[in-house]
Design a protein around this ligand. Structure first.
Ligand code: ASC
Length: 554
């Protein structure tokens, strides 16, 4: 295994992700940031210098468990202090397992500003994947707004509340087309045909494939909001990986990808090689106001500029939740490659997801607490026993029996808070994510929940309020092992994980504005076992006072 060194500079830049000039956060002059490729067992060493001149920054390595390096998880106020303008911070961690991952900003709403890139881990030298392919392509999916994240953030934290609305564009590898369509010829709207030469930052990345081969597409979503659906005209996909774990292969026409998830699919280039085909990405779960993202799957030697003869695939109806549920339930762990869940839980917490008003501000709350992060990162506060870093009262593990999840939330007692769920090291924990009605009547939304530092088993999905007897239907045989799991409107999702990674870990809705509005919780386990935390990660809040020594007096 190797140590892979990278030197990164993070900076704002002018860029045109969807052919409209905007401001993005780039890395080394690139948007999306550079793709990291490594092999399982390698160590990644990123020396990150911030050239953001008016704000801090951190980078989270999504899907990497940070075994033994919780300070490198890149979560501001949780695992480290934000990196100040001009400062350099070293992220050094092991990528222990092959898979499709990505990285992104985890401070304020910097992910929405474009701070993200792919992290691909190949199998270790001499090891094999449990499937064959001749070549691979990487599709990092995101959504894009034309107003700045500062504008978006201010709206979300204003009274009256201003929602960010639907994205202007969907991007594939940071590229979309706002004012034109690649498939205008097939549309009955007035959208004009894109006239792109191919070298523009918004020109689609065309996938060049040879006929009669098998390709692996690595699909990951770092969207701020949108739940996505990807389809390829005339080509079925075999799903083989989810969130860095192998799944029992299954064939589909289209794949749902929620923010924070990744999938690998295999396709066979067995179609008419004198044609090209569309790859299309559309919005699900929210009434779409965003055109599909498109790129072209080109069969060599057909001309790359040949417009496919068939129209792009149609995304399933946005509110066809049965379609989404049926997809999610097909995702099962590949026996023999992923660990089996312990048969029993030792602790169960139930997390009610509600939209609330607190002092007239619109928030999301978990068991009536809306997360507002403390100024001191938890990792340092807990390790050094500094009790003034955050609320010492344990966080609520349930919600009132008479709460009606089908009715608009009232929550007279909801508050902001920053307490922690503390687990005894190696405890088997069940988390029941309970969805509910939002503030408006007859509205309940999709929320993809992402856990840092672990994978969890998704034991089941259900409708309405979770009941104890529902556990009889849990899949303990071959549940998928993932780091992001979705809750459907008015439903519940049951997760199980083993709290075996000393550190402090965020668990939150991966929709960026929802997290910003408080939709997250903090888990801690075995923090006394955490090794020496780099001083730089502690240089803020109450830990700064303890660890930054005054200049030596002679
Ligand atoms: O958090 C959200 O706020 C809006 C809406 O509920 C209020 O404007 C929306 O669609 C969200 O997901």
């Amino acid at each position: 295994s190797k140590v892979r060194h990278f030197k990164w500079e993070v900076e704002y830049m002018f860029w045109s992700p969807d052919c409209v000039e905007n401001v993005v956060i780039g890395i080394n002059g690139q948007f999306p940031g550079p793709t990291i490729r490594a092999r399982a067992g390698d160590t990644i060493h990123v020396e990150l210098t911030s050239k953001l001149n008016t704000e801090g920054v951190v980078i989270h390595w999504h899907g990497i468990r940070q075994l033994g390096t919780p300070w490198a998880d890149g979560t501001a106020s949780i695992s480290q202090c934000a990196i100040n303008p001009g400062e350099t911070f070293v992220y050094r961690f092991k990528v222990d397992r092959a898979g499709t991952y990505f990285y992104h900003g985890h401070y304020g709403m910097q992910r929405s500003a474009g701070l993200y890139g792919s992290l691909i881990v190949e199998v270790g030298e001499g090891e094999k994947e449990p499937f064959h392919y001749d070549g691979e392509f990487n599709l990092l999916l995101s959504d894009w707004w034309h107003n700045s994240v500062h504008d978006q953030e201010l709206g979300l934290s204003s009274k009256p509340f201003r929602w960010i609305g639907e994205p202007q564009s969907l991007l594939i590898n940071g590229r979309g087309q706002y004012n034109c369509s690649l498939a205008a010829a097939f549309s009955n709207s007035s959208t004009k045909q894109c006239e792109l030469r191919g070298n523009e930052p918004c020109a689609p990345q065309i996938l060049h494939l040879l006929p009669n081969k098998t390709y692996r597409l690595r699909i990951a979503s770092t969207t701020a909001l949108a739940s996505l659906n990807l389809a390829i005209s005339n080509h079925k996909m075999i799903v083989v990986e989810a969130d860095g774990n192998y799944v029992q292969p299954f064939m589909v026409d289209d794949v749902d990808v929620y923010s924070g998830e990744s999938y690998s699919v295999l396709i066979s280039t067995d179609q008419d090689p004198s044609d090209n085909y569309w790859v299309s990405v559309g919005v699900r779960g929210r009434k779409p106001a965003t055109p599909q993202a498109l790129t072209i799957l080109r069969y060599i030697p057909t001309s790359a500029s040949k417009i496919p003869s068939l129209p792009p695939p149609v995304t399933p109806l946005w509110n066809d939740y049965n379609h989404s549920k049926s997809f999610s339930k097909k995702v099962l762990g590949l026996t023999g490659t992923v660990p089996k869940p312990p048969a029993h839980y030792e602790r169960r917490i139930i997390l009610l997801n509600t939209q609330n008003k607190i002092d007239g501000y619109t928030k999301w709350a978990i068991n009536n607490v809306s997360l507002v992060l403390p100024t001191t990162p938890y990792l340092g506060s807990i390790k050094y026993g500094l009790k003034n870093g955050f609320d010492q009262k344990p966080s609520p593990e349930n919600f009132p029996d008479d709460y009606d999840v089908m009715k608009p939330s009232v929550n007279p007692n909801s508050t902001t808070g920053n307490g922690v769920y503390t687990f005894e090291l190696n405890t088997t924990v069940d988390v029941i994510l309970q969805n509910a009605n939002a503030l408006a009547e007859n509205v309940s939304e999709i929320h993809p929940w992402h856990l840092h530092g672990h994978d969890f088993w998704v034991l089941g999905y259900g409708e309405g309020r979770f009941r104890k007897e529902d556990e009889k239907r849990f899949n303990l045989k071959n549940p998928p092992y993932k780091n992001t799991g979705v809750i459907f409107p008015y439903g519940w999702t049951a997760l199980r994980f083993v709290a075996d990674n000393p550190g402090v870990w965020a668990f939150h809705c991966h929709i960026e504005p929802h997290l910003h509005m408080g939709m997250g919780v903090v888990f801690a386990e075995g923090v006394h076992r955490v090794g020496r935390i780099p001083t730089q990660a502690l240089g803020c809040g109450v830990t700064a006072k303890k660890f930054i020594k005054p200049p030596h007096k002679s």
